[in-house]
Write a protein that binds this ligand. Sequence first.
Ligand SMILES: [Zn+2]
Length: 230
Amino acid sequence: MTGSPVQPHAPGGESEEAHPAVTSPAGSIPVELLVTASAATAQAGIQADPVSERDRHFMRLAQAAAEEARAAGEVPVGAVLVRGDEVIASGFNHPIGAHDPSAHAEMAALRAGAHALGNYRLPGCELYVTLEPCLMCAGAIMHARIARVVFGARDPKTGACGSVVDAFANDQLNHHTSVSGGVLADECGEALRAFFADRRRASREARRARAQAGQAQGGAGVAGPDEPAG
Ligand SMILES: [Zn+2]
């Protein structure tokens, strides 16, 4: 009765709250460089906005935040909060290290951004996130009155921007936020695929090492299960 989920190494206890860094403003962006409208964004519930170089720029910053999550052994999702051409805050996914089921990248960026601006509402701000927000984050985004959400890869398991549910399509819930999806979707998705592939590989190797250690102990006394007490 285990089916033990592969746990990424839990970070040590010294800093339980991995506070997302409030990043400095990110130079000026060539806002005008409009390019192709991605066919991927034309799916149900998602506005088929043209993907601009500006969107790619901020999504790359969100990807850099996702890399911080990966380095911490967390599922690599990153987000940046933008007002105009200024990055107000960034955040990365860290529920394991923070012992906090709400510590998704979007929540971290919203918290840091609201703190930085001294306002629990963030009208006029855009949130860039590498993975389609879940229902919890969609709710927080609406409470914060974010003007626009831009996400990278779709999440077929928990996506709340059309993949599983479309929270933003409900006019009774959503009065403020437009949604664009599919910006650098392949790159954002690849970071997640690579992370899970690495984790599966590590899990296989750990199982193999345990099996070999068991054999080395001579096979006598095999009966005792050697599961570490959680
Ligand atoms: Zn979420």
